[in-house]
Design a protein around this ligand. Sequence first.
Ligand code: C2E
Ligand code: MG
Ligand code: MG
Ligand code: MG
Length: 282
Amino acid sequence: RAKERGKSNFQFYTPDMNASALERLRLEYSLHKALAQDELEVWYQPKVELATGRLVGAEALIRWRHPELGLVSPARFIPIAEDSSLIVPIGEWVMKTACRQVREWRERQLFGGRVAVNVSGRQLKFAGVVELVERTLEECGLPSAALELEITESVAMDEDSGMVEVLHRLHELGVYLSIDDFGTGYSSLSYLKRLPVQGLKIDQSFVADLHQNRDDAAITQAIISIARSLGLGLVAEGVELDEQRRYLVEQGCDTGQGYLFSRPLPAAEFEALLERQYLAWD
Ligand code: C2E
Ligand code: MG
Ligand code: MG
Ligand code: MG
């Protein structure tokens, strides 16, 4: 912005900009301590079979219990973590915590599905990420097929980064790879040919109105048919209404997650849900 004003280098900060820049700095500073001070938590949201409500998997979602601010949304602090490369240790911690937890649930025969962990581009570019995943699985005694990594579409489309090779090596390890927020970032679908991806997650922005908006319904149908033709697994995100659930089942999307079934839950509450197994949605 300052450049647009020409040669003079004066920058005019509004009190607003000051406040948000300052807040960001404060968050970054306290995020540095969050890991060491045990302020981070992993919550779990069920993935369910849409026709029956049967729980088939889980997505691990990070939460930050800030001493003064309370629960801070990952939408607020993950971008800060990504910019400051704190995402690498934080991401490692999430993966370890989720793998350990799921190993325990598997041993107690409470859970037989996969646990999905979100991975950002910065983490995939970090040297040694494949070894980290391998080591984590070994240490936690979890078979690689029980781990899913969700990668957002914009990251998957990043061609010139060695990312493709990393994804192939993760695939060879036996980890399940899926594209998160599918449909929000693409300009070309050709990356689906290049990458060893097994699943797509329909972005919640399409699911939100699919029962009442023709365009969203059409996009959702197109994604379902892409997944089917390419033999990819499919999960619909953000299913909140029974109408959406029914529409998705009719169109051939078998799996979903969303508030209709359950919000993300702290581990203990998710465990209670595992003990009940079937989720009622109405
Ligand atoms: P995402 O991976 O696309 O996760 C789905 C988000 O949608 C989650 O938000 C979830 O709580 C929310 N959600 C689930 N069902 C519904 C629903 O029915 N309606 C609505 N409106 N929302 C629903 P959350 O937990 O706030 O996470 C936001 C984003 O932060 C995630 O989007 C993901 O991109 C990122 N994130 C979360 N945890 C991690 C992590 O451990 N590592 C990284 N790199 N990113 C993470
Ligand atoms: Mg996700
Ligand atoms: Mg998503
Ligand atoms: Mg998202």
